[in-house]
Design a protein around this ligand. Structure first.
Ligand code: NAD
Ligand code: UDP
Length: 317
């Protein structure tokens, strides 16, 4: 099939391209390298079925595709808060353009949405039926509300034009190719622990997250796209919940690091707890994580410690 992946040079987009190419699809990756890197696509670029286009999804896109996976958006809180208006624009205009692209080819469309649509959740764990608790005037809203309008657009295209659309709500996912300096917690902690630097825990570290390894997540994306009929969004994530202080301790232990924990104030609106209810993913996709958080951490630590320091370039200021 002819497949378009927006956000192809990012952490998840690049792994998705590798997966789709391994299945023999012709893949076109679109990215403007805002938070992604062409080096993530080194393996994909060796495949003659892969085409990479440098393009900003805020501008209309062209091409004929059977499937459109829409992943383009900054995803790390410090990255998406750096230019919040751009983040809101990318998620609104970018999703509109990706949907128009899909509509012109009558392609099936999948949106990479997020657990952030649940905001700082009052229901725990979060099922897809929970409407969420987003502070629409806060510093995370550019992303949270951006993804919420993106979901709205996906279902409006389905209702108004009969487009086949899919929405997955991705919970914290980690693994190789996640940039160690983009601010997200797992790779940031692993990178610092490997260098013997202090791990910075925000707040008292009692807030929780549930971390999924990337290979499971990619499997979930592909299953969701291939599912013949799915009503509404589906959560994808690993329900293994851990506090951030426990995560920091675990990473220090697993890396045999002498790093210490230091504490900084909790950023505004940082969700207190997060854990996916994956009952629906199990039922409609037959999907559940296969890699435990600890195994995923082990693999990430091994990959990052084998990587030459020069490859861990600073993300653009
Ligand atoms: P990432 O930052 O590594 O990748 C995002 C990619 O989108 C980057 O390559 C970036 O350059 C590209 N991009 C951003 N703006 C663009 C634009 N205007 N035009 C073209 N390309 C653009 O992040 P990721 O973790 O791979 O996330 C991928 C998707 O999954 C995002 O939509 C994110 O919101 C969603 N998601 C990820 C997680 C996670 O834990 N990794 C959780 C929830 C949702
Ligand atoms: N966090 C932290 N230290 C860091 C980066 C993040 O304590 O260096 C915390 C952050 O405050 C949040 C959790 O780890 O409570 C997960 O942060 P991340 O940015 O990875 O994801 P998100 O907040 O979007 O779930």
């Amino acid at each position: 099939m002819k497949v378009c992946v927006t956000g192809a040079a990012g952490f998840l987009g690049s792994h998705l391209c590798d997966r789709l190419l391994s299945e023999g699809h012709a893949v076109t990756g679109i990215d403007n390298y805002l938070t992604g890197f062409p080096k993530n696509l080194a393996q994909a670029k060796e495949n003659p079925n892969f085409t990479l286009l440098k393009h900003d999804v805020e501008q209309p896109m062209s091409g004929e595709f059977d499937l459109v996976y829409h992943l383009a958006s900054p995803a790390s809180p410090p990255m998406y808060q750096k230019d919040p208006i751009a983040t809101a624009r990318i998620n609104f205009l970018g999703t509109l353009n990706a949907l128009e692209l899909a509509r012109r080819s009558n392609a099936r469309f999948l949106l990479a949405s997020t657990s952030e649509t649940y905001g700082d959740p009052k229901v725990h764990p979060q099922p897809e039926t929970y409407a969420g608790n987003v502070n629409q005037t806060g510093p995370r809203a550019c992303y949270d509300e951006g993804k919420r309008i993106a979901e709205t657009l996906a279902y409006d295209f389905a209702r108004q034009y009969g487009l086949e659309t899919r929405v997955v709500r991705i919970f914290n996912t980690f693994g190789p190719r996640m940039h160690p300096e983009d601010g997200r917690v797992v790779t940031s902690f692993v990178y610092r622990a490997l260098r013997g630097e202090d791990l910075t825990v925000f707040g008292d570290g009692s807030q929780t997250r549930s971390f999924c390894y990337f290979s499971d997540l990619i499997e979930g994306l592909v299953r969701m796209m291939n599912a013949t009929s799915v009503n509404g969004p589906v959560n994808l994530g690993n329900p293994e919940e851990i506090t951030i202080a426990e995560l920091a301790q675990l990473i220090v232990e697993m890396t045999n690091s002498g790093s210490k924990l230091t504490f900084k104030p909790l950023p505004q609106d940082d969700p207190r707890q997060r854990k996916p209810d994956i009952t629906k993913a199990k039922a409609v996709l037959g999907w559940e994580p296969q890699v435990t958080m600890r195994e995923g951490l082990q693999r990430t630590i091994e990959t990052m410690s084998a990587q030459p320091e020069a490859q861990l370039l600073k993300i653009r200021a």
